[in-house]
Design a protein around this ligand. Structure first.
Ligand code: IMP
Ligand code: MG
Length: 182
């Protein structure tokens, strides 16, 4: 892992190694397998593009039940700040009607996005919705919605890597870096 990196105009320092992220994903997968292995329906794994591409890919490899992958795109961030309102940028790539859905998010910050997603997914006819997020900023999250599967909790700082971006850059970094304000 490099000491300092530059993404667009900002400097970032190392925060979570790829090995630590993978360990957290192992834990999430274990819980999902415990809850879904052997089920008679085919649950939908809903990948929220683009941030959760890497997380979804790593998670899927570890899941032992038959699932259907559906993706959708939503966006709420401009630069390093949440805008508070989400926009559905690209619709669902598959049908959710009558299915159990596991929403796979990269990170829950204010929770505005996940609350909107939960509503959208229910409005598409999902019979049950579970929330699965790789990361959570618990100091900020203040919504009543239950987060069923959480990989790791992190402080309230802006991060990039492992799918997360700063103005669309930095998603390909295998490790996670945090903004360096010094
Ligand atoms: P929320 O609606 O405030 O919970 O924000 C959730 C979305 O904002 C996530 O899906 C991410 O795409 C993005 N986001 C939140 N925190 C960060 C961060 O630290 N770095 C990059 N993107 C973030
Ligand atoms: Mg996202």
């Amino acid at each position: 892992m490099k000491e300092r990196i530059k993404v667009n105009d900002k400097v970032f320092k190392p925060m979570i190694t790829n090995a630590e992220i993978e360990k957290a994903i192992d834990g999430v997968a274990e819980k999902l397998n415990r809850d879904f292995k052997g089920c008679e329906d085919v649950p939908v794994l809903l990948c929220i593009l683009n941030g959760s591409i890497m997380f979804t890919a790593e998670l899927m490899k570890r899941l032992d039940f038959t699932l259907e992958l559906v993706s959708m795109k939503l966006s709420s961030y401009v630069g390093t700040h949440s805008t508070g309102t989400t926009r559905e940028v690209m619709g669902m790539t598959g049908d959710l009607n009558g299915k159990r859905v596991i929403i796979v998010e990269d990170i829950v910050d204010t929770g505005n996005t996940i609350v909107d997603l939960d509503k959208i997914v229910r409005s598409k006819g999902a019979t049950d919705v579970k929330i699965c997020t790789m990361l959570l900023k618990p100091e900020i999250y203040n919504k009543p919605l239950k987060l069923d599967y959480v990989g790791m909790e992190i402080p309230n700082d802006f991060i990039v890597g492992f799918g997360l971006d700063y103005d669309e850059h930095g998603r390909n970094l295998p490790d996670i870096y945090v903004i360096d304000n010094d």
